[in-house]
Write a protein that binds this ligand. Structure first.
Ligand code: AMP
Length: 459
């Protein structure tokens, strides 16, 4: 297929082309140019792409067109998009509404952590498109408030993150009830074996499209690394924020607790900041994100999962207050700046305990992150993986060691145990596994499943 350079070459119907022009898009991004023609023909698709590539329009535009051309509203759910986080679900639904604003189709969004009533009401209006997170979707399916019998298009977004977040069983349960005749689209930033297996189960003779492997995206972003002692990170962040070129900054922390603490410190210094993480209510998260989007908050502090897929224009800086232990997260984080071909800046702090994480990141981006020593808090100790002059332990290793210590203490407290024959057995020795049937019975209760799901969807 020759390279498509303009939206007008994509055979989009007038109301959709008008909406796209209204968004100011002139040239399709590579994923749009490559996906849209196949999707308009009705092919299944396996897309290896991450957010920031224009992926949403790549699937929303052709699906809207197929819905419109095959009769428009039919008073049943014809399209389901499943995505791991609430923010992403809301964003995708917004995109469907934007690109479909000159059509008469209805789209609704469904996610957990908020009252179900409004969503029930929206479902009664028989939307054509539903964008959902897995937990709430299954809840509503179990309550017979959603039927997928008439589904024609299914899109699974961010499949690898679904797996990471423990949604894979929920996803399989949804796939199991989909009608056999359908068009399916599957998107994932990475393709580990479990994800590839799921794709095989879902798709029939798919076109495979891979765009912007991580290293290419990274090339657009001006990255820098600052070695700093853990206790100096706060002051270093303040210094960076004193620079007016940092107009809109997304700051990543490792834990929810740290996100709150950083946010509070910034507010104390008169920096307009908000935080989003899994312990915040949905309303608080929406408020913070909207404030950040509207420019009322200059800084948004987030944990990885809460920030996944956040699409905010003109994020001038991503600041990794803590380096992620999963190197792929580094790519996802810095991809929040430099979106859709624009330049961006990513500054990463690295303390002595994070040097191992840095090595993992440099392996995956296949290069070194340029080091900036020209700041007031540079630490040679951190460069050498030291903390207070001693070799530092990574947060993951420390956590594992502390957990092992706690387990050991608990075992010692309960003392040696007696086996049935009366002989002493050291606690912590091999324990008889629970019978599988007992485990099954324990996991089967719907109430328990529901609780577990709503907890998971609260990230
Ligand atoms: P996505 O990867 O779908 O999250 O899109 C990332 C950003 O790119 C969003 O802000 C879109 O509005 C924007 N975008 C998508 N397609 C285009 C395009 N063809 N031209 C310019 N911006 C685009």
């Amino acid at each position: 297929m020759s390279e498509i350079k303009k939206f007008s070459e994509l055979d989009l119907i007038e109301p959709i082309a008008r909406a796209v022009a209204g968004e100011g898009y002139e040239i399709p991004t590579p994923i749009q140019a490559r996906c849209i023609p196949h999707l308009l023909e009705g092919r299944d698709l396996l897309g290896c792409a991450q957010t920031g590539t224009g992926k949403t329009a790549a699937f929303a535009l052709p699906i809207l067109q197929r819905l419109a051309k095959s009769g428009g509203r039919k008073s049943r759910i014809r399209t389901l998009v499943m995505t791991p986080t609430r923010e992403l679900a809301a964003q995708i639904a917004d995109s469907f509404n934007t690109y479909g604003r000159h059509l008469s189709l209805k789209c609704t969004v469904i996610f957990g952590g908020v009252s179900q009533r409004k969503q029930e009401k929206a479902l009664k209006q028989k939307p054509d498109i539903v964008v959902a997170t897995p937990g709430r979707l299954l809840d509503l399916m179990e309550q017979k408030l959603i039927s997928l019998k008439g589904l024609e298009y299914f899109i699974l977004d961010e499949a690898d993150r679904m797996l990471d977040m423990g949604f894979i069983h929920d996803v399989r349960r949804v796939i199991d009830v989909l009608p056999a005749k359908r068009q399916s689209l599957f998107f994932s930033a990475t393709m580990p074996p479990a994800v590839a297996k799921l794709a095989k189960r879902l798709l029939t003779d798919p076109v495979r499209i891979e765009v912007t492997p991580p290293a290419t995206t990274v090339d657009l972003i001006d990255q820098s690394l600052m070695f700093v002692d853990k206790d100096d990170k706060r002051k270093l962040l303040e210094t960076i924020l004193n620079n007016s070129t940092v107009s809109r900054a997304l700051v990543f922390s490792r834990t929810k607790h740290a996100a709150d603490r950083i946010c509070k410190q910034l507010e104390n210094n008169d920096v307009a900041a908000g935080a989003i993480h899994g312990n915040k209510s949905q309303n608080a998260r929406t408020r913070a994100l909207d404030g950040f989007r509207a420019g009322k908050l200059r800084v948004l502090v987030a944990t990885d999962i809460a920030a996944r897929g956040i699409d905010v224009d003109d994020v001038s800086h991503v600041i990794n207050y803590d380096l992620p232990n999963d190197p792929e997260s580094y790519i996802h984080r810095i991809g929040r700046t430099g979106r859709a071909g624009r330049d961006g800046n990513a500054i990463s702090f690295c303390s002595g305990e994070e040097v191992d994480y840095l090595r993992g990141i440099e392996r995956i981006i296949k290069g070194k992150v340029p080091v900036d020593t020209d700041h007031g808090f540079h630490s040679d100790d951190a460069v050498n993986g030291l903390e207070d002059g001693e070799p530092a332990e990574s947060p993951c290793k420390r956590q594992a060691r502390e957990q092992a210590d706690r387990n050991r203490r608990r075992r010692n407290k309960s003392g040696p145990r007696l086996t049935r024959s009366g002989a002493k057995r050291a606690s912590g020795g091999s324990r008889r596994p629970k019978s599988p049937s007992k485990n099954r019975a324990k996991n089967a209760g719907p109430a328990k499943n529901r609780r577990r799901r709503s907890k998971r969807s609260a990230v």
